[in-house]
Write a protein that binds this ligand. Structure first.
Ligand code: WT7
Length: 658
């Protein structure tokens, strides 16, 4: 960005927390003051929510910045914290996971069940020669064994590397090779979109090129025929016959817990390394604080896949360390029908729902009649993560899922941050739709200009984090230089910024007049129009605020007069008429609507009405491909697309227009 981001959107609606929630909230406004007064003492108290086998000697060692060490000298076992201590406290019969398979089969897994399976898996992995520090790749569908596999690794100090089940053999190969994984845990397949979707053949293809792999453990889920080699072991013959007793040994607070590769829309994927004590402290505290989780009464559901960091922190480590009861769902939201999510909320009486803007916008497109067909009265708190949530999508979520009453927590964080960093506190914050609001207690976030100077309220620039936090990535696996280069060099020490290490998140952001933070998309996506930096997020939000638009993506296309021009792709809502003249009228109307909402500078040069948008497998819009369309280029790499036929639909143009 050559100058600060223009601050165009003016959203003034604000929603205080429901009185009852505020009165009984796990965390009150005092937490901000306490953390500001003594940040390290604050995190030390949160670490105290866990069971430690040995107390730490020092809270934070930052002497080798930007390589942080938290709770130095402390020892703990992550699986013990997630399982044994609940069972030992007499809560073994409590349901840990209400599992729902896509075809409708179900399993009820108690804490005692999960503990037993994890101990068996720990024994089986040990028997296969896995020891502390070894890497284990996990490539599984959304079945309880995915959580068991992760917890079993944590239990024996093996570092897991979960690879999303939708990734190709090449992606899996790269990730196995980068971490030199010794064992792969997979399944014959899972159910997706109404049919079995095989995983084992992909693993076979990858393992053929991965000499580090000694054994492959295979869960039987679909029952489909699979090829078999000397390295393969059935889970039910190996794990389920292993002894159920296993004593969890404590590990150092900085022992590597997992590697997770960022989806990386462009460059070589980065193996983000998380360690034990600080990570679990912050994953656990934020689950308690941001979701106001009450383990005795809540039924929590995070709809993410375990292959993403959201699944790591907010399906496995956060909820289980708090002793939560949660729902886990294997499949897609529209199989066998578009009400599947709401049917699940209704069936299990879900109280806390954590999902992504892409899903909320899809539900908007399908129409509010669908959630209206189910009893959603059990819900008491709604969360969002993954992308900026457009104000109108936030309002829709609160209105049609949250009865117009429930708090919505828009949580900003990254694979790298390990846990939620910027978010409302549900019992404290008067939330504004579209804003992640403020850094959580114990976190210091800021928005800076090109020179790294903090911008005043009303200004825009780059989101940065100023002080180390417990669940920060420790490095990029095998590449310390890239770690420093990517996150700490833009505004960091050594670059004329004194001794302060400033973490560059790669997101554009602004502070509104009250100092609240609005995320404006990845810095690479910002558009430069006639010398003004304009955020794709703000123009998209303006489009989504039109009653006929469910979802929109905006890109900057090279333009001879303005440098870049705004080109928009919009998905119409439900039954909107878009053929012929009606489509032309809608496009003209949308261009004017954006100009009226944000100002003439943001008026799109061109708007195309499309049936779908290209998304990554984690649901983020791939603007790079839309830029190719807007600039009439042949398409770049489409291998990370969730559904590659989408680009054909867009290119053939269902209503391309001016
Ligand atoms: C990037 C990180 C965090 C877990 C899932 C994604 C974007 C994430 C928000 C939000 C605006 C958001 C950012 C961030 N992002 N949450 N609430 N508001 N943007 O993890 O794949 O590492 O992606 O997702 O651009 O940098 P990830």
């Amino acid at each position: 960005m050559s100058e600060a981001l223009a601050n165009l959107l003016n959203e003034t609606r604000q929603f205080p927390p429901p009185a009852e929630l505020a009165a009984n909230a796990n965390v009150t406004a005092d937490a901000y003051g306490e953390a500001a007064e003594d940040r390290l003492a604050f995190w030390e108290r949160q670490a105290g929510r866990l069971h430690w086998a040995r107390q730490w000697d020092q809270v934070l060692d930052w002497s080798n910045a930007p390589f942080a060490k938290w709770f130095v000298g402390g020892q703990l076992n992550v699986a013990y914290n997630c399982l044994d201590r609940h069972v030992e406290a007499g809560r073994g019969d409590k349901v840990a996971i209400h599992w729902e398979g896509e075809p409708g089969d179900t399993r009820t897994v108690t804490y005692a069940d999960l503990h037993k399976l994890t101990c068996q898996a720990a024994n089986a992995l040990t028997e296969l020669g896995v020891t502390a520090g070894d890497r284990v790749a996990i490539y599984l569908p959304m079945i309880p064994e995915a959580a068991v596999a992760m917890l079993a690794c944590a239990r024996i100090g093996a570092t897991h590397s979960v690879v999303f089940g939708g990734f190709s053999a090449d992606a899996l190969t790269n990730r196995i090779q980068d971490a030199s994984a010794k064992v792969v845990i997979t399944a014959d397949g899972g159910f997706r979109r109404g049919k079995p979707s095989a995983l084992k053949p992909t693993v076979d293809e990858a393992v053929a090129n991965c000499p580090s792999v000694e054994h492959v453990l295979v869960v039987r889920r679909t029952g489909e025929e699979v090829a078999w080699s000397a390295k393969d072991h059935w889970w039910h013959e190996t794990v389920e016959t292993a002894p159920p007793e296993h004593a969890a040994q404590p590990f150092d607070a900085e022992h590597p817990l997992y590697i997770l590769y960022t989806s990386g829309t462009t460059a070589r994927p980065k193996g983000i390394l998380h360690t034990t004590g600080g990570y679990l402290t912050q994953a656990s505290y934020t689950t308690h604080a941001v979701f106001d989780l009450k383990p005795e009464t809540d039924v929590y559901w995070c709809t993410a896949d375990i292959g993403w960091v959201t699944g790591h922190s907010y399906i496995v480590y956060g909820p289980l360390s708090n002793g939560a009861t949660q729902v886990m769902y294997e499949g897609t939201p529209d199989t066998p029908h578009k009400g599947r999510f709401w049917e699940i909320v209704d069936k299990y009486k879900v109280t806390i729902l954590y999902t992504a803007p892409t899903l909320i916008r899809t539900m908007m497109k399908w129409g509010e009649d669908i959630p209206a067909g189910y009893d959603l009265s059990s819900l008491r708190l709604l969360g969002s993560v993954g992308e900026p949530i457009n104000p109108e999508a936030w309002i829709w979520y609160r209105q049609y899922v949250g009865r117009g009453e429930l708090p919505v927590v828009d949580t900003w964080w990254q694979t790298e941050t390990g846990a939620i960093m910027i978010s409302p506190l549900p019992g404290v914050t008067e939330a504004k739709p579209g804003s992640a609001m403020t850094a959580l207690p114990g976190i210091v976030a800021d928005v800076v200009d090109d020179q790294g100077q903090s911008v005043p309220n009303g200004g825009g620039g780059y989101l940065v984090l100023r002080e180390p936090w417990p669940s920060t990535l420790r490095t990029i696996w095998g590449d310390d230089n890239r770690f420093i280069e990517t996150y700490w060099s833009r505004f960091g020490a050594g670059a004329n910024h004194g001794d302060d290490w400033v973490y560059f998140a790669g997101d554009g952001a602004k502070k509104d007049d009250d100092g609240h933070i609005w995320l404006l998309g990845r810095v690479d996506d910002v558009m430069l129009v006639s010398g003004h930096n304009i955020s794709t997020t703000e123009v998209e939000s303006a489009l989504v605020s039109h009653p006929s638009v469910a979802e929109a993506a905006v890109v900057g296309a090279t333009d001879p007069t303005t440098g870049q021009a705004i080109v928009a792709f919009a998905i119409p809502r439900g039954s909107t008429e878009i053929s012929g003249e009606a489509g032309e009228r809608l496009i003209a109307d949308l261009r004017n609507h954006v100009a009226k909402t944000l100002g003439p500078i943001a008026k799109p040069r061109q708007i195309m009405l499309v049936p779908e948008l290209p998304k990554t497998r984690s649901g983020k819009i791939m603007r790079r491909l839309l830029r190719d369309v807007a600039e009439h280029r042949s398409l770049g790499d489409v291998t990370t697309l969730q559904d590659s036929s989408v680009m054909d639909l867009i290119s053939s143009g269902m209503g391309a227009g001016k």
